[in-house]
Design a protein around this ligand. Structure first.
Ligand SMILES: N[C@@H]1[C@@H](O)[C@H](O)[C@@H](COP(=O)(O)O)O[C@@H]1O
Length: 261
């Protein structure tokens, strides 16, 4: 696992956007797995700036969703489908044809989960999966004690995650769905490159437990330790509880720039 400590969220966004752009230059039809939440926004802003300036042509890239609320009506502004369309797909100049996600409105939700898991594999697998992290260490919506081998499935949100996400629902926790679909931890681990971005002090404990703690279903992001190509990008605040921060800084400083993430 590589840990990169950046000065701020903007620098993290720029670094990851650069990695995504260089992937798409090498492999124009790359599958990019995207996350929602506030943290990845600087990545999408930096990447769409590259598209607008002509530095990268994303027209053949495909965008895959990580998770989704169950039961929000199609077109609900806070469904993750609407969110990714608004924050990623449209700013990158892509259309819905190149955007795929699990169907949170399906009558048979379990079948929709299995269909999405299959679709990911049939499309060749995700090349780069961007992840955020919950304050409890969740990735996607894999809450603590999710199986490290789990596949795309229905999960029930913890009270903490519903409280954290109420800000997207007029600060009204009653509006936050209880159930979600999420790529499982086993599914996420199949992506060829995992890039987790965490910014702000509220994520410092979750980052320290994930990077330096034992691999444990209780801290779902600790599963990144099992992946051969996992990159954790953190700002100074999110890195503040890492015991090996100096080592991570020195290692990254000594890395040749051409290597990328
Ligand atoms: N399902 C999403 C996660 O993918 C995201 O990482 C997390 C943190 O969001 P934020 O970056 O806004 O803190 O929120 C939600 O739970």
């Amino acid at each position: 696992m590589e840990v990169v400590i950046v000065p701020d969220a903007r620098a993290g966004g720029e670094l990851i956007a650069e990695a995504m752009a260089s992937l798409v230059c090498r492999k124009p039809g790359a599958l990019l797995g995207v996350a929602t939440g506030s943290t990845p926004l600087p990545v999408y802003e930096a990447l769409s700036a590259k598209v607008r300036s002509g530095a990268v042509d994303m027209s053949r890239a495909r965008i895959y969703q990580l998770d989704e609320y169950v039961g929000l009506p199609a077109g609900h502004p806070e469904s993750y489908r609407s969110t990714v369309l608004r924050e990623v797909v449209e700013p990158l100049g892509l259309t819905e044809d190149s955007f795929f996600g699990p169907d949170g409105t399906a009558e048979d939700v379990q079948a929709a989960c299995e269909a999405y898991d299959r679709a990911l594999a049939e499309a060749g697998g995700v090349d780069l999966q961007l992840l955020g992290i919950g304050t409890d260490g969740h990735i996607g919506f894999n809450e603590p004690c999710s199986s490290l081998a789990s596949r795309t499935r229905i999960k029930t949100l913890t009270e903490q995650t519903r409280v954290d996400n109420a800000r997207f629902f007029d600060n009204d926790i009653e509006q936050v769905p209880h159930h979600v679909i999420t790529q499982g931890i086993g599914t996420i681990l199949e992506a060829r490159h995992l890039v987790l971005l965490a910014t702000g002090e509220a994520k410092a404990d979750a980052v320290a437990h994930s990077v330096e703690g034992p691999v444990s279903a209780f801290v779902p992001a600790s599963a990144l330790q099992l992946h051969p190509h996992a990159t954790v990008v953190v700002d100074e605040a999110a890195a503040s509880k890492l015991k090996l921060a100096e080592y991570f800084r020195a290692t990254y400083a000594a890395k040749p720039a051409w290597q990328g993430l």
